[in-house]
Design a protein around this ligand. Structure first.
Ligand code: NI
Length: 198
């Protein structure tokens, strides 16, 4: 694995460039790993956390994802990583790590948007999520962290958090029909919802 100019800022690992570490196998819909119970990480030193995070990061980037939870790579730890949409800059990928996370809605307000999942490749579904949430977790250094987020950031966290409880977005669809191959969704659904909102 090569990391150039990598530095850690709080919960964020900044990679200017990463390459060549083993890519982990991603469990696909139907694999029991995705619905297995995850375990709280009681002692961060019990596992090679840094290696896990690096491997997961590389796997997520290779698969073109914006989030990846431990069960998706056959691990039972309560942690996930995601590309923080509020911190991304051009040519700089910012990956956040949440260990033993807890989330809570801030208001009852929800919003619908299309989601995909690396465990359900090629498919998209319309999912209703809380618009604003607060989260608390432990970071890679063992520090307690928390925050309030909304929009895409809140959506990614809710999606990944669900993975830790064996829940996939397909069980949270707004409408059973609003699910299918991304190509078809693009053609028939997204246009329709754009027209409807006009
Ligand atoms: Ni997913």
């Amino acid at each position: 694995m090569q990391i150039y100019n990598s530095k850690r800022i709080g919960i964020i690992i900044v990679y200017d460039y990463i390459s060549t570490v083993p890519i982990l196998k991603i469990a696909k819909l139907g694999h029991p790993a995705l619905v297995k119970k995850t375990n709280e990480i009681k002692n961060l030193n019990d596992i090679d956390l840094k290696q896990i995070i690096y491997d997961m990061s590389e796997t997520m980037l290779d698969a073109n994802g914006i989030g990846l939870a431990a069960p998706q790579v056959h691990l039972t730890h309560r942690l996930f990583i995601y590309r923080n949409p509020d911190l991304e800059e051009e040519e700089k990928i910012q990956i956040s790590v949440l260990i033993n996370p807890l989330i809570e809605k801030i208001t009852d307000e929800k919003e619908d948007d299309w989601e995909g999942c690396l465990s359900i490749p090629g498919m998209s579904g319309l999912v209703r999520r809380f618009k604003k949430i607060k989260y608390s977790a432990t970071d890679l250094n063992g520090n307690k962290i928390s925050g309030e987020v909304e929009g895409l950031h809140a959506r990614v966290i809710q999606h990944e958090f669900d993975h830790l409880n064996g829940i996939l977005y397909t069980s949270r669809l707004v409408d059973k029909r609003a699910f299918g191959f991304s190509e078809e969704i693009e053609k028939y659904w997204k246009k329709k919802s754009e027209e409807d909102s006009k």
